[in-house]
Ligand binder design. Structure first.
Ligand SMILES: NC(=O)c1ccc[n+]([C@@H]2O[C@H](COP(=O)([O-])OP(=O)(O)OC[C@H]3O[C@@H](n4cnc5c(N)ncnc54)[C@H](O)[C@@H]3O)[C@@H](O)[C@H]2O)c1
Length: 328
């Protein structure tokens, strides 16, 4: 579980424990939280630290690796592409090479809908052309391609999971999203409800969508976690590399998200309109049929449940895990 102390990773840890696996988290805690993975063994280390990886991999045998570690802020990647190619690509090559050296047979990679860029068709199927519009998406696409050739050359198997917008929190209320800075819509909307922000900015209301605001596909983080367990089962059963979209196949506009959040929290949430952001496509929605048929995956949480679970987490943990490095 490389990057297991992060938002998605901590939910994958829970799902793996529930499925009877024994995950070990390896994370440099750059954006992750120890408190999110207190049920699991944690090794603090960097993906690019070859010596540390070798020591860990020599000490015991791993069935495979789930690799979630990455820098993942789109705007930051535009300003600092070097950070993204080093942290996401170069460091991952070190990881893959050490896994192969240690005879670890497979990896499940956290990829992203950002590999597609501006979609030509929506819903977006896996075979859609991949033309990322930012270094973050490009870094993930490079990893997918590297893994393809590592399979050809070394028989190293992979499943790349292209997440759409991860959202929501564990229904227990114990773990959830705590990013600094927070760039994801639902936590931002809920932070307005908590009085931690004055308003939510709606970037663009002149898109060719029903209400003019941009439409995205929100998938509950526990549904994502469940897909990882299924991907591992499939890799172990078939030994076949593949790539899957993980989305709900339903799109919701920014304004719809604000409306649902207002209903869930029972109070008005102030929004302010601003210009479109460069590179933001009007609509991103997954064609998820491949995951449904090959992983027998079925998202369980609808938008209301996504916002409700997120609200429970943010209401009870307004400062996240309480170790914020700066204020919002
Ligand atoms: N959250 C989303 O909506 C979303 C959507 C698409 C794809 N993804 C991908 O899913 C993965 C997880 O996303 P998240 O939202 O949980 O992010 P996150 O920042 O919460 O988690 C990433 C984890 O990786 C760790 N990490 C980062 N660089 C590392 C390094 N060099 N060595 C060791 N550990 C390192 C961080 O400390 C953190 O615990 C990322 O790869 C991201 O690109 C996320």
């Amino acid at each position: 579980m490389v990057g297991g102390a992060g938002y998605v990773g901590s939910h994958v840890v829970r799902a793996l424990l529930e499925a009877g696996h024994e995950p070990v988290v390896y994370d440099n805690l750059s954006t992750g939280h120890m408190e999110a993975v207190c049920d699991s063994e944690v090794i603090i280390g960097d993906v690019g630290d070859r010596d540390k990886l070798r020591t860990v991999l020599q000490a015991r045998r791993f069935d495979g690796v789930v690799h979630l570690a990455a820098a993942s802020l789109v705007a930051e990647s535009m300003r600092e592409p070097s950070v993204y190619f080093r942290n996401n690509v170069s460091a991952s090559i070190v990881l893959f090479d050490e896994l192969i050296r240690a005879d670890v047979p497979w990896v499940v990679l956290s990829s992203t809908a950002a590999v597609y860029g501006e979609p030509e068709v929506v819903p977006i199927p896996e075979e859609h052309p991949t033309r990322p519009t930012n270094p973050y998406g490009e870094s993930k696409l490079m990893l997918e391609r590297i893994l393809k050739w590592y399979d050809v050359a070394y028989g190293f198997k992979h499943i790349s999971l292209r997440y759409f917008n991860a959202a929501g929190a564990h229904p227990s209320g114990q773990i959830g999203e705590d990013h600094m800075p927070e760039t994801h819509l639902i936590p931002i909307v809920l932070q307005v409800a908590l009085g931690l922000r004055d308003f939510v900015t709606v970037f663009g209301i002149d898109y060719p969508t029903p209400d003019g605001s941009a439409v995205r596909d929100y998938v509950h983080v526990c549904d994502l976690a469940d897909a990882h367990v299924r991907a591992i089962t499939r890799l172990c059963a078939t030994g076949t590399s593949s790539v899957y979209n993980l989305g709900s196949a339903r799109g919701y506009s920014v304004r719809e998200i604000v409306d649902v959040a207002q209903q869930v929290v029972g109070m008005p949430i102030k929004s302010v309109v601003a210009d479109r952001r460069a590179g933001d496509p009007p609509i991103l929605v997954a064609d998820n049929r491949k995951a449904l048929s090959e992983l027998q995956w079925m998202p369980q949480f609808d938008l209301e449940a996504i916002v409700e679970t997120a609200w429970r987490w943010h209401r009870d943990h307004p400062q996240g895990y309480g170790n914020r490095r700066s204020s919002i």
